[in-house]
Design a protein around this ligand. Structure first.
Ligand SMILES: Cc1cc2nc3c(=O)[nH]c(=O)nc-3n(C[C@H](O)[C@H](O)[C@H](O)COP(=O)(O)OP(=O)(O)OC[C@H]3O[C@@H](n4cnc5c(N)ncnc54)[C@H](O)[C@@H]3O)c2cc1C
Length: 549
């Protein structure tokens, strides 16, 4: 098929904080040097920010470096003057820790909605003359004839029906060509997977690992005591996950009587019957949280994964013609529960390396490696290095996790063993009791939502008549080994109710997919114990429609 080709100097794939900061910094630096460069930024969401979901406590240090006058420029901030409360939850009560670990201090940070921040950065990028194209999913990385040098990205075809045949609305994808392509797809990027297979950027590293979070923004009554409470940023551990499953909850006070609330679950959990969405509901029903949100209503819900592997899972950061930034490159600081600032800084360092490559007119790995050197010399490395064993410590069972965390705390992250091993999330599930836990009851459709109502409040929308973007290489395995051993855990770990095991007449089981519910969190590809689910980008413009989470 003849495809249109568009050429740019630099192409950024994915408009999260990493690439938005990268594109803006690059364009500004080029303008300061009087250089005209064509920069393109594509995003699979219908609008910039619509697939962005985070906590979020923002450490503004990268934002300040990018735009010292960010407040005057109208950056959307929800709250400043943050005060931390750190709680251990039992099933019916809580203990407030008298001491907050140093890396959990949030003084000087602010609360934001990532979808609002990205939408705002998107307008800044457009004003600078960056070609911002929302609604375009990168579906294929393009290489030169050597097969090792990235030369751009192909965007997905639009207007194919379920069988892959062209509809009257058909528009072929476009080949976006660039001297440098920056991959900022966030956690578990689908193009990253392909580049990794081809160029081996994760070779010799520990496996990237992830956490999945369900979160909501809830409007609470103006008389709610939480609006006057001394703590504005709450972090919890313990109930409902217990001490053998990594994860915890958060509640952040926003403006306009809103709270941002969520539960993060480590994807290395072992129990196939665990359902992150049900755990999230349990968290909301805990007395500490239920008191905060009583009388409120959910304004928006969503789910997303976080890159949780950190320093020892970071890929090679540069190859011929391409760079990898933010969560795509495992740069979330899991110890601080923060990745926006590191993502932004990585994009900015990539921009600086790209500008010197443009000046040298050399886009080889040897030149682009300047980015990796810059990361190494920056505060990204300092932060991630101290946190290098933290996620692994939290993966330990029971009390040994606290002993290990304590040892790391006093030894700058080293602990007893360095590096501590990281295990692929897809391999941790254990066949055991296959009795389903009772689902949380008393859902009112307003404050406590069932999964499908939650999907509705994420604004998710996809063209129904398109090829299924979830590829199951061996459907038979779903109804045989996967059912027998784990009772189809995809039906539980997916927060969007995309997967259901149904029984047809005659007793035959069949995995029913509803891909139009997909929240693009990619938990399915991460956690499927048989690696039998491959997540690919659906038609550009489809997916959730976040605006305040
Ligand atoms: C529930 C939750 C709470 C969090 N809390 C905090 C917090 O309090 N503080 C903090 O600092 N960090 C927090 N984080 C982490 C933080 O959100 C991430 O580290 C950060 O967003 C990473 O930025 P990124 O630009 O690398 O990726 P992302 O923000 O994931 O952005 C990637 C973008 O690329 C797009 N994309 C992906 N693939 C393609 C493709 N093939 N073609 C086109 N577009 C594509 C996606 O749609 C998305 O918009 C939290 C994360 C979650 C999920």
């Amino acid at each position: 098929m003849e495809r249109e080709k568009l050429e740019f100097d630099v192409l950024f794939v994915g408009a999260g904080p990493a690439n938005l900061a990268g594109a803006i910094h690059l364009k500004k630096l080029a303008q300061q040097k009087g250089k005209e460069i064509e920069v393109c930024l594509i995003e699979k969401a219908e609008s910039i920010g619509a697939h962005s979901l985070s906590g979020a406590v923002l450490d503004p240090k990268a934002l300040k470096e990018l735009m010292p006058d960010y407040l005057e420029k109208g950056c959307p901030i929800e709250a400043t003057d943050l005060r931390d409360g750190f709680f251990y939850l039992t099933a019916s009560g809580q203990f407030k820790l008298p001491y907050t670990p140093r890396y959990m201090h949030n003084a000087g940070c602010c609360i934001i909605s990532l979808s609002k921040l990205c939408a705002w950065l998107g307008t800044v990028a457009e004003e600078l003359g960056i070609n911002v194209f929302p609604g375009f999913a990168g579906t294929e990385a393009l290489y030169d004839e050597s097969g090792k040098r990235v030369i751009g990205v192909r965007t997905g075809d639009k207007g194919l029906n379920k069988d892959g045949k062209q509809k009257s609305t058909f528009e072929p994808g476009v080949d976006l060509l660039a001297n440098v392509t920056v991959f900022g797809e966030g956690p578990k990027g689908s193009l990253m997977r392909e580049v990794a297979q081809k160029i081996g950027i994760f070779a010799g590293k520990m496996p990237p690992v992830f956490e999945t979070a369900v979160k909501e923004v809830i409007e609470i009554p103006s008389e709610s005591p939480f609006l006057k409470s001394p703590d504005t940023v709450l972090h919890t551990f313990g109930y409902p996950l217990g001490l053998n499953t990594k994860g915890g909850g958060f509640v952040y006070r926003m403006k306009e009587n809103r709270v941002s609330l969520g539960l993060v679950v480590g994807m290395d959990y072992e129990d196939p019957m665990l359902e992150p969405y049900q755990e999230f509901l349990r968290f909301k029903k805990h007395p500490l949280i239920a008191d905060i949100i009583r009388g409120g209503k959910v304004l928006q819900q969503g789910a997303k994964t976080l890159s949780a592997g950190g320093f020892y899972t970071m890929p090679q950061l540069a190859v011929d013609g391409a760079l990898f930034v933010g969560d795509s490159a495992s740069m979330q600081n899991v110890q601080r529960l923060k990745g926006i600032h590191t993502a932004m800084k990585s994009g900015m360092l990539a921009a600086e390396a790209i500008l010197s490559a443009i000046e040298k007119n050399d886009f080889s790995m040897a030149t682009l490696r300047e980015y990796a050197l810059k990361v190494d010399a920056s505060w990204i490395k300092t932060e991630l290095y101290e946190a290098r064993n933290f996620g692994q410590a939290l993966s330990q069972k029971g009390l040994s996790k606290f002993i290990t965390v304590g040892a790391q705390y006093v030894s700058g992250g080293r602990g007893f063993v360095d590096p501590l091993k990281i295990v692929d999330d897809a391999t941790t599930m254990k066949a055991g009791s296959l009795m389903a836990a009772t689902n949380v009851q008393d859902l009112d459709g307003k404050l406590y939502l069932d999964k499908l109502t939650g999907v509705y409040w994420s604004g998710v929308k996809h063209e129904e008549d398109q090829p299924c973007h979830l590829v199951i290489p061996d459907p038979n395995l779903c109804v045989t080994r996967c059912w027998d051993t784990f009772r189809s855990p995809c039906a539980r770990f997916c927060p969007g109710q995309v997967y259901e095991m149904v029984q047809e007449e005659g007793g035959r089981r069949r995995l029913k997919l509803t891909p139009s519910n997909c929240l693009h969190c990619k938990t399915c590809e991460i956690k499927d114990p048989f690696k039998n689910i491959i997540w690919t980008c659906p038609e550009g413009g489809g997916g959730p429609n976040y605006s305040i989470v």
